[in-house]
Design a protein. Sequence first.
Length: 526
Amino acid sequence: MLYPVLVGGRWRDAIHPAGSLNAMNPETGKHLPGAYPVSTWPDIGEAVETGAAAAETLSALGPDRIAGFLEALAGTIEIRRASLVETAHLETALPAEPRLGSSEFPRLVDQLRQAARACRDRSWCRASIDTKFNIRAKYGPIGGPVVVFSPNNFPFAFNAVGGGDFAAALAAGNPVIAKANPGHPGTTRIFAECALEALTATGMPGASVQLLYHFGAEDGLRLVSHSSVGATAFTGSRASGMRLKAAADRAGKPIYLEMSSVNPVFILPGALEERAGEIAGELAGSCLLGAGQFCTKPGLIVMPENARAGEFIGRLKEGFERAEPGYVLGRKLIEALQEACIRLRKSGAEPITGGRETGGPGFRFAPTLFRVSGDIFLSSPAAFQVETFGALAVVVLSRDLDAMRRIVSVMDGQLTGSVYSHSSGNDDAAYGLIEPGLRRKVGRLLNDKMPTGVAVTPAMNHGGPFPATGHPGFTSVGLPASMLRFSALHCYDSVRPHRLPAELRDANPTGRMWRLIDGEWTQRGI
C-alpha cells in the first residue's frame, strides 16, 4: 500500500505511479515501514493545473488571509512537534535533541511567523509612487505555483512544506507544489497534513499547498519549464541543479538554486600566532557539526606554511580523531566521500586522518582531513573545490600572503568566506590584501567566526555567486528579502484610483507600510 499524494486540496492515491520508495534509517541501514509513490505526469499535471487556479484565487485574497494561514500552520505544527521530531530522527538519524527538537524546530516555526509578519506589513513589496506622472509599481505574486525541491540535510528548516522557500513563496502570494526529499518523506507528509488542516481553517484554496513525494528526472525537467509554473526553488547537487536550470532557462522560467560551496576559511599569520589552538578547536567543531552535512560547512582551510602550522594541524587532527563519527544521510553520501578521497589523493593532497567507512550498522564515515600545498592547489583549483557532504576538509598551506591572494583569485563562488585575524589589528594589512577578492567571491563574509550558523534575520544572506547559487542577487534565508525571488514587478500607469491595489492607493493601507513616494521612503499617505 502506498501513501496518498496531496493534490488539488485532497489526499488521493497516485495515478499510475512509476514505482515506490521507502525511507531508510541511517543509524541502522534498514528501510522504514511505509511506501511512497513515484508520481508520473497525471499527478504532476493536475498539481500544476490546480496550482495555477489557486494562484488566481490567492491574488484576490490579500495578505492578511495568507498571513493568517502561515500563523495557523505554525500553531498546527507545534501541536505535532513530538511526532515530527520522532519521524525526522528515524529518517535522518539527526539527534532528536538538541538538533531537531530544540534547534531546528524552533527555527522552522519562527520563520513561518516572520513570513506572516512580513506579509501583513507589506513593505516587502517596495511600493513606489510617482505622483507627477501618476505611475505606480510594486512587487506582487509571480503568477503561478512555485515548485520547491527540498534538501536532505534539514528536514525541518528547509522542508518543501513549511521550510524557508515554502514560507517565502506563500508570503509573496503564491501556491506551492512541494517535492519531498526521498530522505524524509514521512516528515514531509506530516507537515502536509498540518498544512491542509491550516488551509481549511483559514479558508484558503486547497491547492495552495500540494505534495508529491518523488518523480522521474525527465518529469522534473518538464515541471520546472511548464508554462503555468511561476518559479522553482531547488537545494541540492550541482549536477541536478544545472539540469533543472537549463530546462527552466529554455522556457524563460525563474529558478533559484543552492548547489555547491566549500566555504573557505582563511587564517592570517597573526591569528595563527596568537591563538592557533583556539581556532583549531572552533574549526573542528564547525567541520564536524551534523556529521559535516551543512551547506555552510568549512571544506577548505587556507593558512600560512610557517612554524605554527604543524601545531595547528596537529590540534585539528586531534579534534577530528577524538570525535565520534556521525551518521550520514545515506549510502550515496558514503560513496561520495570515498570518491572525494580518491580524487584528492590523485590531485596531490596528503591524507592526515580518516578516509574510511567505520564498522558497525548504519552509514558512518570517519572524520577526514587532507593537506595540500598552495602551489598544488593553484595548479588545479577545481579539484579542491568540489563540495563533499560529510566531515571532510582540506588544509591548504600557502607560502606567503601573495600566494594566499592568488588562491582567493581562483576561488569559485561560495556561500561564505571566513577570515581569522589577530585581535589587536596586527593582520590589518594582510586582511586588506585578501578581503577585496574574497568579498567578490562569497555571499556572506565573516570575521573570526565559523560559518555554520545561519540566523533567520532580515540581514542574512544565504546565497552567493555561481556555483554556490544560480544568481548572486538573492538569498534563501532572511525575510522579507527571500520573498522577492517569487515575485513580479507590477506597474500601473494612470490607472484609476479605485482599480489600484491597496498598497498603491493614496492612503497607506496599514499606516505602517513603507513606500517610496516621489523619491522619499515614507509611511505617510498622499
